[in-house]
Each structure stands twice: as C-alpha cells, then as structure tokens.
Design a protein around this ligand. Structure first.
Ligand code: OAD
Length: 247
C-alpha cells in the first residue's frame, strides 16, 4: 500500500475505534530538532549513558551530569512542537485520542496542547532534591549548576528516570491500565528497546488491540504491528490530519 493508502486506512481505523492511545518516543521530537538516543547522530553515539544517566554518575560528578542536562534543556527550550505533536493534541481535543503515553522528557506534547499525557521517564524541567522531599520546576536552564535545594541546600537533580531506576509508580500503573483498555495503539518514533516502557504496546497487543506504528525504520515493536508506516512522524501526522478532517 502506498503512503496515501496507509494514511486513509489509519484514519478509518481511528474513526471506527473506541479507545485510541498513543505511545511515543524520541523520534516524535526529531523533526523539532531534539536529538534521539539511538541510531545515527543519536545521543548514545556521542555520550556514554553510564557517565550521564545513572544515579552513580550523578554521585560521581553532579556538575558533568548537569552540564549535559543544561545543554539538552537549551535545545528543548528553543525547539517547537512539530505537526506530529500538534495533530496528536488536536486528535485528543476532538475525542479521537484518549491518552498519550510518552517516554520523552521534553514536554513538547504538552506545549502542543496535549492534556492527558503520561510521562514514563519524567520531565526535564522538573527537579528533585537528592536529600529531602523537595520537588520543584525550572522554567529555564539553571545558571548555577548543580542547582541547590531551597529547603536543605543539597544538590537538586533532574526529575527524570535514569538507568537502573524504577519508573514513577503512578505513571506506570496508569500507562498499564490505558494500554489494557486501548483497542488501538499508535506507536510513534521509538526503538522499543528500553524496559519496562517498551512493554506498553505488547500489553495492548495481548489484549487483542490493533498496533499501528510510525517510524522511519523498523523497531523492536514492528514484529507485533498490524500496520507499519515507514515515514517521518511529522509528515505522517500532517497527512493524517487532512484525512481525519480536523484542520
Ligand atoms: P530512541 O533514540 O531509542 O529511538 C528513536 C526512534 O525514533 C528510532 O526507532 C528512530 O528510527 C525513530 N525516528 C527517528 N526520527 C524519526 C522521525 N522523524 N519520525 C519517526 N520516527 C523517527 O528513542 P526512544 O525509543 O524514545 O530513556 O528511547 C527510549 C529511552 O531510551 C528514552 O526515553 C531514554 C533513552 O535512554 C531514558 O533516559 C531512561
């Protein structure tokens, strides 16, 4: 089937479904200029996760970890939502999408207007104290790093999930529930290899739901997809918007 045919078919499936959920990864923000993790030009090609995205790395060198997060915050703050974020938000507004589950920490879905967003890996703008219960939010990249806790003066860390850490319990439980209810899941721009987040589409599949995937190349989720659309997320969602007539 050509791209036009695929888009028409996806639109039909969405229109005839009762509970559509989206599951997104770094690829959805690639066209906004936010680098992905894996693949050519991905962050994990240039940086070592164990030096930057683990609790041990932060204990060893909080300044280095913060340098990296500050650099990413700068990219994210100048990035704008692309048509994929925007159309997903419009779909929710029109009742065509119930929930959006994301592995991204960039907040671009919310900036595009999505309301019902489950962030499995936290959010780059949130911070938490390594010592007390303090949690806060930054509105720009911090000028002094590591930023200090206003309560106890200990270093603050980004409130994101690092390797070896559990996912936020509430977010995970909600995501599992949504994935179990979904009769259709649209998987966008994820390599589908990071556990346990990558289990989400498998839950929908096991319950008999339909899996639609949009990615520029095949992923670990492709074997369970009912429809695979090999296309950039931004282009696909621009076409889908026209087909769904939600302009
Ligand atoms: P990855 O970087 O692993 O995968 C990005 C996916 O997006 C790949 O499958 C690409 O083919 C695809 N892609 C790239 N550009 C695209 C585009 N324009 N349109 C559609 N697809 C595109 O990112 P994630 O799967 O999100 O976790 O990674 C999962 C987790 O691994 C991240 O949340 C992060 C990382 O380590 C933590 O930091 C805990």
């Amino acid at each position: 089937m050509d791209l036009t045919g695929l888009v028409k078919r996806v639109a039909e499936i969405i229109r005839s479904s009762s509970y559509v959920v989206a599951f997104t990864g770094a690829g959805v923000s690639a066209e906004s200029g936010v680098p992905t993790f894996r693949g050519r030009g991905g962050l994990w090609e240039r940086f070592k996760p164990e030096e930057l995205a683990t609790p041990e790395a932060f204990r060893r060198n909080p300044r280095l970890v913060w340098e990296w997060y500050r650099w990413r915050m700068e990219i994210i703050s100048s990035a704008k939502p692309n048509p994929a974020h925007i159309v997903l938000a419009k779909m929710e507004e029109k009742g065509l999408l119930k929930t959006l589950i994301t592995q991204n920490v960039d907040g671009l879905h919310q900036r595009a207007g999505s309301k019902n967003v489950i962030e499995l890996h936290g959010n780059i703008w949130r911070v938490k104290c390594i010592n007390c219960e303090y949690r806060g939010r930054l509105n720009k990249p911090p000028s002094i790093i590591p930023p200090k806790c206003p309560n106890c003066n200990s270093p603050l860390r980004p409130d994101v999930v690092w390797f070896g850490e559990p996912l936020p319990r509430n977010a995970w439980e909600k995501a599992v529930t949504e994935a179990s209810i979904a009769d259709v899941m649209i998987v966008v721009g994820t390599s589908g290899v990071v556990m346990p987040a990558c289990m989400i589409p498998w839950i929908t599949k096991r319950r008999g739901g339909t899996i639609i995937e949009v990615n520029i190349k095949e992923s670990a989720i492709t074997p369970i997809t009912d429809m695979f659309v090999k296309e950039r997320a931004g282009r696909f969602f621009s076409l889908l918007e026209k087909e769904l007539k939600i302009l």
